[in-house]
Design a protein around this ligand. Structure first.
Ligand code: NAD
Length: 494
């Protein structure tokens, strides 16, 4: 086995999955490789779980929900989540190295993917402890006489959590921890490219917390059928999913026969409307940074820049210089803020979309290919395409690379129409000198979230999610916690 050699040390993550309290390999012993995208080397292996393994995990979660006190004992859950928080904190440098090894995320920007989700475990423990699970709504008149009504908020049951590779540890936590705190049992299916961010979570639960057997399971696999089996299983009450819109559609269809509750956070193609009174020297370098910092592998990235025609050339020039000076390369080097794409396949997809943009008449301002000085690793040059037709493929499809497209517009109404010309509606951004005008534009964007003048919409205390084909339901905030509960209305004597 070739290993990843870096000044931060060699790292191979936990190979085993967690089913019914036991860390285990799949019965055949089959494994698959984890590739470090910065070196293209095999970093190690993960067990290659099967549909049969998934079935055993679902059975364990079903039994733990139906037969243990987990769903009713909020104090015990609070205790276990604080243990989980502390255990993650003790393991945080190992989790960070796994993240960099699997994804190629630059070490400098790992805080939001390691420290933030660890803090969020404590947040959900406190939120769940303080939550009012029984609400007395008072006495209501009925034709049969007055009735008191109480609403009892109860966990949904067995939750299947399916996650993508772009921010794996963060999303593994975001999808499972509020579900657990609300009293559900969970089966997590991490993405093929990032199995260790899931299997390490399983190891930590098994070895360092009192979370009972069956309450939390992780099934690692290299096959899409294993996630498909989870989303179709009649013993599963809810699916929480983050990933592409195409897979989201398949999950909705698979859950239809059993009318499964489905929480979907899907793809995006967000627009950044730069108004004619904006401070371009502040807004645009930040826009370039957002495009590059996770190699563009971010669902909320405002990748379509809409510039007023009156300031178009000035804006394109600022973006060009920001992208040309962006530090990228080896993710273990703290000087770099952009690493490689996660895989050769992802980079080919990004380069193909850039080519389609040029073929449809866009102007390549900078970048567009593989950097000559980085022949090893799946690196892509920060890329700027100008004069992009808003109906073209590169303006309509999610790129997931360090690429910005620029399109000119004439009036605010035109800008809003171009921004809304998308099947997606995840997020968006407005920059402008007059904040009231920017706010008015933000309210007309058909998306779940908008940032004005760099002030982020994203955080654990506020609901986050998509409209249109970017998703169903919300994470974060009290709204996000309630997604994992169902209110039962009980009518009773006064
Ligand atoms: P993907 O949809 O290919 O895979 C996501 C997960 O689904 C993986 O675990 C995969 O194994 C599993 N899967 C694949 N086919 C399945 C099926 N038929 N049934 C059940 N599960 C199945 O997505 P990806 O390429 O891993 O991630 C990138 C996508 O995720 C992008 O579109 C990005 O926008 C999206 N994303 C969205 C958000 C958000 O909050 N909206 C956040 C991060 C990523």
């Amino acid at each position: 086995m070739t290993t990843v050699e870096t000044e931060f040390g060699v790292l191979a993550g936990e190979q085993r999955m967690l089913i019914d309290g036991e860390l285990q390999h799949t019965s055949s012993g089959a494994t698959f490789d984890v590739i470090h995208p910065a070196s293209e080397q095999v970093a190690g292996q993960a067990t290659d779980g099967t549909v049969e393994d998934m079935s055993r995990a679902v059975a364990a979660a079903r039994r733990a929900f139906d037969e243990s006190d987990w769903s009713r004992d909020v104090d015990f859950r609070y205790h276990c989540l604080h243990q989980l928080h502390d255990a993650f904190d003790r393991n945080k440098e190992r989790l960070r190295r796994i993240l960099i090894t699997e994804v190629g995320c630059p070490v400098t920007v790992t805080g939001s993917q390691i420290e933030s989700p660890i803090d969020e475990v404590r947040h959900w423990a406190e939120h769940g402890k303080a939550f009012e699970y029984l609400v007395d709504t008072g006495v209501h008149p009925t034709q049969m006489g007055p009735a008191r009504r109480k609403i009892h908020y109860e966990p949904i049951g067995v939750v299947g959590a399916i996650t993508p590779w772009n921010v794996p540890f963060y999303l593994n936590v975001a999808e499972t921890v509020p579900a657990l705190m609300a009293g559900n049992t969970v089966v997590l299916k991490p993405a093929q490219l990032t199995p260790w961010s899931g299997s390490e979570y399983g190891r930590i639960v098994a070895e360092e917390t009192d979370i009972p057997a069956g309450v939390f399971n992780v099934v690692v696999s290299n096959a899409n059928e294993v996630g498909a089996a989870l989303s179709a299983d009649p013993r599963v009450d809810m699916i929480t999913f983050t990933g592409s819109t195409a897979t989201g559609r398949a999950i909705l269809a698979a859950g239809a026969p059993t009318v499964k509750k489905t929480l979907l956070e899907l793809g995006g193609k967000s627009a950044h409307i730069v108004l004619d009174d904006a401070d371009l020297n502040s807004a645009l370098p930040m826009a370039a940074m957002m495009a590059c910092v996770m190699s563009g592998q971010s669902c909320i990235l405002p990748s379509r820049i809409l510039l007023p025609r009156s300031r178009y050339d000035e804006g394109v020039e600022i973006l060009k210089s920001s992208m040309e000076n962006f530090p990228y390369g080896d993710p273990w080097d703290p000087g770099n803020m952009q690493g490689p794409q996660i895989s050769d396949g992802q980079r080919k997809k990004v380069l193909g979309l850039i080519r389609s943009g040029i073929d449809s008449g866009a102007r390549l301002v900078t970048g567009g290919g593989i950097p000559e000085h980085l022949p090893t690793g799946y690196y892509t040059q920060p890329t700027l395409l100008a004069d992009v037709d808003p109906d073209s493929q590169v303006a309509q499809e999610e790129i997931f690379g360090p690429v910005l497209t620029v399109t000119p517009y004439d009036t605010d109404d035109d800008a809003i129409a171009i921004a809304n010309n998308s099947i997606y509606g995840l997020s968006g951004e407005v920059s402008g000198g007059d904040v009231d005008r920017a706010f008015a534009v933000a309210t007309r964007m058909r998306t779940g979230n908008v940032t004005i003048n760099g002030k982020s919409h994203f955080g654990i205390t506020s609901p986050f999610g998509g409209t249109k084909q970017s998703g169903l339901g919300r994470r974060n905030g009290d709204e996000g916690y309630r997604e994992y509960l169902e209110g039962k209305t009980i009518g009773m004597p006064e």
